[in-house]
Design a protein around this ligand. Structure first.
Ligand code: DX5
Ligand code: ZN
Length: 221
């Protein structure tokens, strides 16, 4: 297992002062910036695009930016996010007509590539592309909104994904996204996740450092 990574979802940040809020959460001990891109087509919400990613880089954010594309189609946005400073680009396989091609496109543009699985999407999308995947991201809510409740069936799915990754011996990250908080993070880690997205649990708290520290304490036990 690789070291645990905490990735605050900036969907729940203060958009009016985004640079400061992202810097604050990183200073509070976060490892990665989780950047949710919603297009009002693949998911019923609309958020931010490559210009905002570039603005964070221009502001001085140097931490890895984990771009979670909830868009359809996918490919046109890959070069744009790569040149805007994305480190990881993940997408939902149902939203790409040529999953293998999209994975290759992401890597050709110098980013790590990942597939995202909705609660009802089977892991079999990994079958023939595992060697091209750096991150497997399991959604533990239906995508589109922050602040939803963790779907418990995701724990079994995490364990299944962990088995697939371990059998491959590839250094693939297993990321979880949706409803993660201090109370459930230990169970989520025990099921096999090593990268934890948390939006509302961190940004709705008065003290980001306190929540992140509590999460790390739960992970250490
Ligand atoms: C949902 C997004 C998540 C969301 C997580 O579609 O992909 O990243 O912001 O928010 P919380 O942690 O509040 O469930
Ligand atoms: Zn996300």
């Amino acid at each position: 297992m690789q070291p645990y990574l905490i990735a605050p979802s900036i969907l729940s940040a203060d958009f009016a002062r985004l640079g400061d809020d992202v810097a604050a959460v990183l200073n509070a001990g976060a490892d990665v910036v989780h950047f949710d891109v919603m297009d009002n087509h693949y998911v019923p919400n609309l958020t931010m695009g490559p210009m905002v990613c570039q603005a964070l880089r221009n502001y001085g954010i140097t931490a890895p930016i984990d771009v979670h594309l909830m868009v359809e189609p996918v490919d046109a946005l890959v070069p744009q996010f790569a040149s805007a400073g994305a480190s990881i680009i993940t997408f939902h396989p149902e939203a790409s007509r040529h999953v293998d091609r999209t994975l290759q496109l992401i890597k050709q543009h110098g980013c790590q590539a990942g597939l995202v699985f909705n609660p009802a999407t089977p892991l079999s999308y990994l079958d023939y592309v595992l060697d091209k995947v750096d991150v497997v991201l399991l959604m533990s809510v239906n995508p589109g909104f922050g602040g939803q409740k963790f779907i418990p069936a995701t724990l079994d799915k995490l364990a299944a994904a962990r088995r697939i990754i371990d059998q491959s011996s590839l250094p693939i990250r297993l990321e979880i996204d949706g409803g993660v908080n201090v109370d459930n993070i230990a169970d989520i880690a025990a099921a096999g996740a090593d990268m934890f997205v948390a939006g509302s649990a961190i940004f709705n708290a008065p003290d980001y450092a306190q929540v992140i520290t509590q999460m790390r304490q739960r992970l250490a036990k």
